[in-house]
Design a protein around this ligand. Structure first.
Ligand SMILES: NC(=O)c1ccc[n+]([C@@H]2O[C@H](COP(=O)([O-])OP(=O)(O)OC[C@H]3O[C@@H](n4cnc5c(N)ncnc54)[C@H](OP(=O)(O)O)[C@@H]3O)[C@@H](O)[C@H]2O)c1
Length: 337
């Protein structure tokens, strides 16, 4: 018998995942394009994605994505028959109304929504612990941090975490370093689509506080509450502060930190002057940076895109691939440190 005739070919069984997308804005459009582009990759993992629909407010609005046959609707009923809800709408109450029945019947949620994750921990915690919720995209967009914190970094005893997590603030501060005043830099950020028309969550530090709350739950305490984060935004900076820092050889960044003070863990968001050589001071424009310091692993630095459709979609689709690989959604730390 020849060796070739001895090899039996087994046709893989392709499992179909019914996916519903909620939200088709900056992130959702890129998610659709990536879902279409990565079909061959899904097949190589023995999966196919069946896109059951795309839930939006205005189904007639022109969009920019590449997913032939995608059906947009303002009626969310189709979500009831899906295995996976990809929620990239933003907000808290409306998306939670979609999450809850889906999670209660054992469905999977993949999200970029840090506001809901931070504010409604009471409602979703048990499903996160079940591994039903994937949220890599919710902090630092396409730059992985949730997965490393939930896996390899858990072995190290935490000492300190420092990060800059809001690309809009980095952009505004970078422009101010080039001589623009705060209001002109903010208006420019809005014109370019970096900042919301109501930029309070960005410049007031609320968006960073949402993200820092999620990190604190991975780093020190699974119950860490949003209300415990001390928050001061870049909107409190006195005029001239950015230039004065530059003259001292420093850059101001909206620093998010978790460290021990007098025996207590303190999570804080505040503008802080950092030496130009500090890794976090290198994060300009839409970049984010994070330094994790653990007793055993030392200091580990993560830096990369922290906002934008394609980069955020890459983390969303990465979470979908993790699910196809049988990897459950990320866990919080299991004990208070
Ligand atoms: N943009 C980023 O760079 C980025 C990065 C990381 C994480 N995120 C997170 O990703 C999520 C989405 O952000 P985005 O920038 O893509 O937002 P966006 O551009 O404003 O898009 C939001 C989408 O959700 C839909 N939507 C909003 N409220 C709805 C409602 N009540 N019912 C039905 N549809 C609704 C909108 O529908 P219409 O289009 O019909 O109005 C739109 O398609 C947010 O949680 C955000 O924090 C964003």
């Amino acid at each position: 018998m020849s060796s070739s005739s001895a090899v039996s070919t087994v046709t893989p069984v392709i499992k179909t995942l019914k996916v519903g997308l909620a939200g088709c804005g900056t992130v959702g459009q890129s998610v659709l394009t990536m879902l279409h582009r990565q079909k061959a990759l899904f097949h190589s993992l023995d999966y196919a994605v069946s896109l059951e629909g795309v839930y939006v407010r205005d189904a007639l609005r022109p969009r920019d994505f590449d997913y032939p046959g995608a059906v947009l609707t303002d009626d969310p009923h189709f979500l009831e028959g899906t295995d996976i809800l990809i929620e990239v709408m933003g907000g808290v109450d409306r998306p939670l109304e979609l999450w809850m029945p889906h999670l209660e019947r054992g469905g999977i949620v993949i999200t970029a929504n840090k506001a809901l994750m931070a504010e409604r921990w009471d409602a979703i915690r048990k499903y996160v612990e079940n591994g039903q919720v994937y949220f890599e995209a919710s902090v630092m967009a396409g730059t992985p941090i949730i997965t490393p914190l939930a896996t390899i970094l858990r072995a190290s005893t935490p000492i300190r975490l420092e990060a800059t997590l809001n690309g809009t603030c980095n952009y505004i501060l970078s422009q101010m370093e080039r001589g623009q005043d705060y209001h002109t830099a903010l208006a420019e950020a809005q014109r370019l689509g970096y900042a919301e028309s109501d930029p309070t969550l960005d410049v007031g530090g609320g968006d960073s506080a949402h993200k820092l709350t999620l990190l604190a739950r991975m780093f020190i305490d699974p119950e860490y509450a949003l209300e415990k984060v001390q928050v001061r935004g870049i909107d409190t900076l006195p005029p001239g502060a950015v230039n004065e820092a530059l003259e001292r050889g420093e850059k101001i960044r909206l620093l998010c930190s978790i460290e021990r003070e007098n025996g207590e863990w303190v999570a804080r968001v505040e503008p802080r002057a950092l030496p130009l050589s500090h890794p976090i001071a290198q994060a300009d424009s839409s970049h984010n940076a994070l330094m994790f310091t653990g007793e055993e692993c030392g200091t580990v630095i993560f830096m990369g895109n922290g906002a934008g459709g394609a980069t955020t979609a890459s983390a969303v689709v990465g979470d979908l691939i993790s699910h196809m690989d049988g990897i459950p959604g990320p866990k919080q730390v299991s004990l208070v440190r």
